[in-house]
Design a protein around this ligand. Sequence first.
Ligand code: UP5
Ligand code: MG
Length: 190
Amino acid sequence: IKGKAPFISFVLGGPGSGKGTQCEKIVENYGFTHLSAGDLLRREIASNGEYSTMILNIIKEGKIVPSEVTVKLIQKEMDSSDSLKFLIDGFPRSEENRIAFEHVIGAEPDIVLFFDCPEEEMVKRVLNRNQGRVDDNIDTIKKRLKVFKALNLPVINYYSKKGKLYTINAVGTVDEIFEQVRAVLAAHEL
Ligand code: UP5
Ligand code: MG
């Protein structure tokens, strides 16, 4: 039986907007537990489990893995952690993802950080990354951007209406961007 409900922040933004980079800074400075949905899915591919091929094919196409699979991976991580502060990075990517999380985890985020970045900057960052990700090529990036606009922006609008959205200007140095994040976390006494 768990005690106090953890503080949950969703971390959203387009491909290459700097979610992972800023999450690392938040972990260093504020002791959050960082769960990147994309990293959990890539780990699942590497484990050669029953969903590996399906996940790989979806990621290559820049599409969204079924909520059931992603939420289960997130749930496993949350359940096996006694952290009181979670960053859920790159999720939910669609309204369907969002609703599945609410149902399965039985919680809503306390805040949502949205890293707002122009498309040309995101494309530049992703193409420069060079970490061998199967989706870091111009064709897949175009698809990821399309899916982001069609399916993730509605989630961002939803949290904006709920008063939970904090939009961060994701252009600038990593430290300049992190100063904006600090201000949001400080306002929540974290
Ligand atoms: N960089 C970072 N900050 C910078 C700055 N201020 N100035 C200049 N450069 C900066 O950064 C990207 C690159 O930019 C890095 O090289 C960094 O050094 C540099 P990063 O912090 O990695 O950006 P991030 O937003 O995390 O980019 P990422 O590519 O991880 O975002 P995506 O949302 O596209 O990827 P994710 O891993 O979340 O998902 C991948 C795929 O998995 C999805 O397309 C989808 O197919 C699937 N997926 C699901 O199906 N469901 C999910 O719930 C999650 C993922
Ligand atoms: Mg990332």
